[in-house]
Design a protein around this ligand. Sequence first.
Ligand SMILES: [Zn+2]
Length: 101
Amino acid sequence: MARPPRETGRLDEVVRTCIGCRQRADKTNLVRVVAVQESTTSVVTPDPRGTLPGRGAHLHPTHRCLDLATRRKAFGRALRIEGPLDLSAVVALMEESGPTA
Ligand SMILES: [Zn+2]
């Protein structure tokens, strides 16, 4: 039913959980996002290089995972923020990368 587990056998691989589909994936397959506070809105900002400070969340750069994460309000939970979120930068990133799944 589920995908067969992949044995990597390596402890130094960095695995993160996608906040959209909740699948664990190698960090390099996910995009990191951080919340940048701007007055009353938290702007969810893609951080592909992993250089921005603060609490990050990871998701697949696909519309599906973005949609799932949005509907589950996973961004607020994962980034520990309340109030309005501006996801336009993340949406723009998905538009750029196109359907990669
Ligand atoms: Zn995902």
